[in-house]
Design a binder for this molecule. Structure first.
Ligand code: ADP
Length: 319
């Protein structure tokens, strides 16, 4: 349904104003068929992997057969000062992060018409594609993915970066099914661990309650912890906890902490306990990433050491 699509797209304005969410790129020049990077390496542009607000992402191959993803932004979209400073912030934040569970940003460069990000290619697509194709994941798979999501998150937080748009659609998988957190378009770099951010941003289904409250308190790292809770719920139940057809209703439900775990999902008591702890309305009541990692849900059942890529389309047989 269209409502789901809208609810999974980011908003950067106050929810009450209910303005447009995002514009699709129209009448844009195609990026060149051969993209030449900063080092002079020539990359043959392949297929369009996806497009977001401003960006189109393609795969590309060099003469040595190496493949990368190129995020291409038309300069037409960067005419305002605000748009340019957002892209610069994304570049600064993303390129500073070097972690096995964060999409590597290898290079940024530009020509007359475009700005390019050369990124590690995530061949298995996003975890959202996977849940759309398969529905909920097995408990063991969810543990495998959660460990890596938490590790990537910890890497960002220790660098004073809040992602602020963590969702299954921004979590990618490489060909070995390693988790790679991507899209730092809404991320914030804090001056110190104590700074509070005030801008309303995030994606409706995954947005933390304190972001919706306009009480001047601001928000911090706990918003990512909240999103991790929404991610865990979605992996195990097959749909997000606050899903409804209307965005305002989603916000009301989030503020009231109005969600329940359907009995037919047959969640382990440990899983239910962990979700409940993470989705605590008060940010300070939420567990830290380390506390999440130490929760009994991780040890009450199997964690596979390897998941086959076939798991992106059908339930894997795990040994
Ligand atoms: P935006 O910030 O405009 O939303 P994203 O960075 O989320 O753009 O990328 C848009 C889409 O491109 C993603 O949803 C995904 O399908 C694809 N994509 C982005 N980065 C990669 C990557 N490193 N490897 C493979 N596909 C990617």
């Amino acid at each position: 349904p269209t409502s789901t699509t809208t609810a999974n797209r980011p908003v950067t304005e106050k929810p009450k104003e209910k303005k447009k969410v995002q514009e699709k790129p129209i009448n844009l020049p195609d990026p060149p068929e051969i993209i030449v990077d900063e080092q002079g390496t020539r990359w043959a542009r392949g297929k369009l992997l996806g497009s977001g607000g401003f960006a189109r992402v393609y795969d590309a191959q060099n003469a040595r057969g190496e493949m990368r993803a190129f995020k291409v932004i038309a300069k037409k979209h960067l005419q305002s000062k605000k748009a340019r400073s957002k892209i610069l912030a994304e570049i600064m934040i993303h390129s500073s992060l070097k972690h096995p569970n964060v999409v590597r940003m290898e290079d940024t460069f530009e020509d007359d018409e475009h700005v390019y990000f050369r990124l590690e290619l995530c061949k298995a697509g996003s975890m959202n594609d996977m849940v759309k194709r398969r529905g909920r994941y097995l408990d063991a798979e969810a543990r495998y993915f959660m460990v890596q999501i938490l590790a990537g998150c910890q890497g960002m937080h220790t660098s004073n970066i809040i992602h602020r748009d963590l969702k299954l659609g921004n979590i990618f998988l490489d060909e070995d099914m390693n988790v790679k957190i991507g899209d730092f378009g809404l991320a914030a770099l804090l001056k110190d661990q104590g700074e509070r951010k005030k801008t309303v941003c995030g994606t409706p289904n995954y947005i933390a309650p304190e972001v919706l409250y306009d009480d001047g308190e601001g928000h911090s790292f706990e918003v990512d912890v909240w999103s991790v809770g929404v991610i865990l719920y979605t992996m195990l139940v097959g749909k997000p906890p606050f899903q409804t057809s209307n965005i305002q209703e989603i916000y009301t439900k989030i503020k009231k902490n109005d969600y329940h775990i359907p009995a037919e999902a047959e969640l382990l008591v440990e899983a239910e306990d962990l979700i409940t702890k993470i989705l605590a309305p008060k940010p300070s009541d939420r567990p830290s990433l380390i506390e999440i990692m130490n929760h009994p849900w991780f040890t009450c059942g199997a964690i596979p050491i390897y998941i086959p890529m076939q798991a992106t389309v059908s339930e894997p047989r795990l040994t």
